[in-house]
Ligand binder design. Sequence first.
Ligand code: NAP
Length: 305
Amino acid sequence: MTASPDLAALYQLLANRETPVLPSGERRAILGCGYVGKEVAKAWKQEGHELWGTTTRRERFGELAELVENPLVFDSTDASATLDFVSDLDGILVSFAPSKGSEVDLGQYRKTFLGGLRRLVETLDRRTSDTPLQIVQLSSCGVYGNRHGALTNEMAPIIDNHPVNQVLLQAEEMMASIRSDRVKVCILRLGGIYGPGRDIPSMLLSAAGGLVQRNGLNVPCWVHRDDIVRCICFAFDQGLDDTFNLVNDTQLSGQELTDRLCERAGLPLAKWLTIDTSDRILNARVCNKKLKQIGFTFNHPCMVC
Ligand SMILES: NC(=O)c1ccc[n+]([C@@H]2O[C@H](COP(=O)([O-])OP(=O)(O)OC[C@H]3O[C@@H](n4cnc5c(N)ncnc54)[C@H](OP(=O)(O)O)[C@@H]3O)[C@@H](O)[C@H]2O)c1
């Protein structure tokens, strides 16, 4: 039997539509709907979850209302701010960070990260719900500090005592402290984030033929925004309860990276300094094997491929 012309048109229409996703019934919050948080909201909305999302600025409510059912103001530096709404949720993404200033301000880091997480931990300590809770916290490979370019996995001892890195480590420890039978905590240590609107390769290429006022011998690490979103979804799907480096395969020094980008674009090389200009350095070949071993794959494995 062949379909009537009308039905054929309907089939055609349905075939071209995105497959509808049935609501999963999960209730999830994104604490800090910034560059990454917003994209996670889109992915989770597509999966059918009911969402809460925070910003420090009420003027962003209109934008957030497109992404989450419940936009809220949360500013961890405000002593009266509460996170009571998280008590009976199924999932929480911790993705807030101090707003970008020209300098990293230690006091602001402490107030933002530690103040905010203390409030989260206190709220979750009072949680009476028996339902399982999955948390993903976005941390940073910055915690490894200066390892002189050594290959570095999650087991590497962290001896860097730069005060900003201490704050990041304390933040991780606070979140890890709430692990229990019912609460899983996945900590993702991110490399420098790049992606749409944060075009690091173009930024590096703009230095072609010039001098970069940073030590080009240090080895940073990188991860594409879309792989972060995919990995957060992976962490929720798999129920991850551990710490993972979330970086791509690019293990090049700053000088090597710009050399490759400039050569590929047929531009004159950029020259970097060979001495440190900052006391907070990441210099480590950060390894992503642990995530790959449990089945995570990168869509953007390399910044210069
Ligand atoms: N950027 C990187 O290269 C990098 C590298 C390693 C790790 N990370 C981590 O990755 C996560 C996501 O980064 P991102 O680039 O998406 O950050 P982002 O775009 O700067 O967004 C940060 C979010 O945090 C909110 N926020 C700022 N101050 C706050 C406060 N005092 N209390 C509560 N919320 C506050 C911001 O509010 P508004 O909506 O009002 O702006 C925004 O929604 C962060 O946890 C960051 O530490 C980032």
